[in-house]
Ligand binder design. Structure first.
Ligand code: MSP
Length: 492
């Protein structure tokens, strides 16, 4: 794992114009899995999430709701906190961009880049997409609409402060070259590299017309552009410049983001940090997008998958499992209740639940065994799992864990363990109990509730990565209910 023994992972901070949906849940669950995995390995982890509360989009949503922006954002933040609680998100910090600490940090950061000669006043003229809170040029528009989300854009013509992004093209290219795993996964790096090679234009970092924002330092007519405000959360939340958290955890090990905000994280954020003379994060990991029943999710279609609705019908671990298993590294994924049910029945019930139930039934009947010949150990490729997790390939790691679950089930069948006797029986039980204990450890970042239930039934304490070897089991078995229940699928 990480040599320094610390791991700082962040999610994007979410716009609070609306309540959380499956896309937000996915990024946050992925970060949670990585945080839990590093804790298992003994790292000191800081897992940050939070909310992006300023800007035109949030201001408009508040106006529509007939509330002041602050009241409105306070109410939406609550639904995020509740969603993360229900989804078992083990965050260490929750940052809000309307907090006074954050506001002060943004102002201090801007003063520094200004003092370094990278900020100047000019006139901005171009297009603005309120939904993405992003500026676009004539050439970038697609059929006169936002090239990212396809929505209407509006013309903006106003005085603005600019950041000299153009000065950082060579430095960024050098940095990417020296740090080949910064742009992750590798399949997404070329789109960033190509755009940076084409040349970088200076970017607007202040607005005069959008006032639900951080006041620009030393100029009462300007407010900080929401994306600059937002990116700084990654250091404000840990107390930059002087705080202990900053000293311990910066630079971030991973900024986890969705693919549509990769540019802000892989280009603008590192350039801002270079300007402020601060160390750069080690990795930006951009995941794919979810569709729902094969369709893009959108407000107009009203087809956003609501995590609260799913959790009303299925367990949190089934949802977490599905999200990881259904989106391969670097690809997009499609959510449908039908595929969720298929995975619950075919994998959680038939593979995992069945294995644990069978092993515990046998162990209760015949007694557990503390030692034997570790025949199943060679079927477990723990190095492969560690390698996948180091790449943030939770999909690949979960597949590798599942291969071991299936091998263990096969062992029960091939050996016909229920019909064995004497030394053969006790050796098989030794192998099976050790395998279930290790499976529970490996699954704990993915399925924390299920892992706790397996431990309870095995009568063991929660283990660490160091315990993922044979010869550790010392439990008192107490079989419980099946871990997962089969879901009856309606025909049609
Ligand atoms: N506020 C900005 C981020 C600032 S970070 C300094 C923002 N917020 S967001 O609420 O719109 O979305 C945040 C995250 O949700 C992104 O990582 C985005 O990719 C993810 N998702 C939103 N919709 C999604 C899908 N349909 N599928 C997968 N993830 C998507 O952007």
């Amino acid at each position: 794992m990480n040599q320094l023994g610390k791991f700082y992972i962040t999610t994007p901070i979410y716009y609070v114009n609306d309540k959380p949906h499956i896309g937000h849940a996915y990024t946050t669950i992925l970060a949670d899995i990585m945080a839990r995995w590093h804790r298992l390995g003994g790292d000191s982890v800081f897992f940050l999430t939070g909310t992006d509360e300023h800007g035109e989009k949030v201001e408009a949503a508040a106006a529509k709701a007939g509330q002041t922006p602050q009241r409105f954002v306070d109410s939406i933040v609550g639904t995020y906190v509740e969603a993360w609680k229900k989804l078992g998100i083990s965050y260490d910090g929750f940052v809000r961009t309307t907090s006074p600490e954050h506001v002060r940090t943004v102002q201090e950061f801007i003063r520094r880049i200004k003092a370094n000669g990278d900020v100047y006043k000019g006139q901005y003229e171009g297009w603005y997409c309120v939904s993405d809170e992003s500026f676009w040029t004539d050439l970038q528009l697609k059929d006169g609409k936002c090239p990212e989300c396809g929505r209407e854009v509006k013309k903006v013509r106003e005085e603005s402060y600019f950041f000299r992004l153009s000065a950082y093209q060579d430095k960024l290219l050098e940095f990417y070259k020296a740090n080949p795993s910064f742009l992750s996964p590798a399949s997404r790096s070329s789109e960033i590299l190509n755009r940076v090679r084409e040349g970088l234009k200076d970017v607007s970092i202040s607005r005069t017309t959008v006032k639900w924002a951080v006041p620009f330092p030393d100029d009462a007519n300007h407010w900080v552009y929401v994306w600059v405000d937002a990116l700084i959360n990654y250091i404000s939340a840990i107390g930059w410049p002087e705080g202990e958290g900053y000293k311990t955890y910066w630079p971030a090990d991973v900024h986890l983001v969705g693919k549509e905000i990769n540019w802000f994280h892989s280009v603008i954020w590192p350039a801002l940090l270079l300007s402020a003379k601060l160390p750069l994060p080690k990795k930006v990991f951009a995941h794919g997008w979810w569709t729902a029943d094969g369709q893009k999710m959108s407000k107009s279609k009203g087809n956003f998958v609501d995590p609260f609705t799913i959790l009303g019908k299925y367990s949190v671990d089934a949802f977490r499992y599905f999200l990881v298993r259904e989106m391969p590294l670097g690809s997009d994924g499609d959510f449908s209740e039908k595929s969720l049910v298929a995975r619950i029945n075919g994998e959680l019930v038939a593979d995992l639940g069945n294995l644990v139930y069978r092993v515990l039934t046998l162990a209760e009947r015949f007694g557990s065994q503390p030692s034997g010949n570790p025949e199943l150990e060679s079927k477990l490729n723990i190095t492969a799992i560690k390698e996948r997790m180091a790449e943030l390939d939770t999909f690949g790691a979960l597949n590798a864990i599942w291969d071991f679950i299936r091998e263990t089930n096969r062992y029960v069948n091939e050996k016909k363990v229920w019909a064995l006797q004497g030394g053969e029986l006790s050796n098989a039980l030794y192998n099976l109990l050790e395998s279930c204990r290790i499976i529970s450890i490996l699954l704990s970042p993915f399925l924390p509730e299920t892992s706790a239930r397996i431990n309870e039934q095995l009568g063991v304490a929660a283990g660490t990565i160091a315990d993922c070897r044979f010869g550790v089991f010392n439990g008192r078995v107490k079989k419980g209910d099946y871990l997962f229940k089969k879901v009856e699928q309606k025909q049609g």
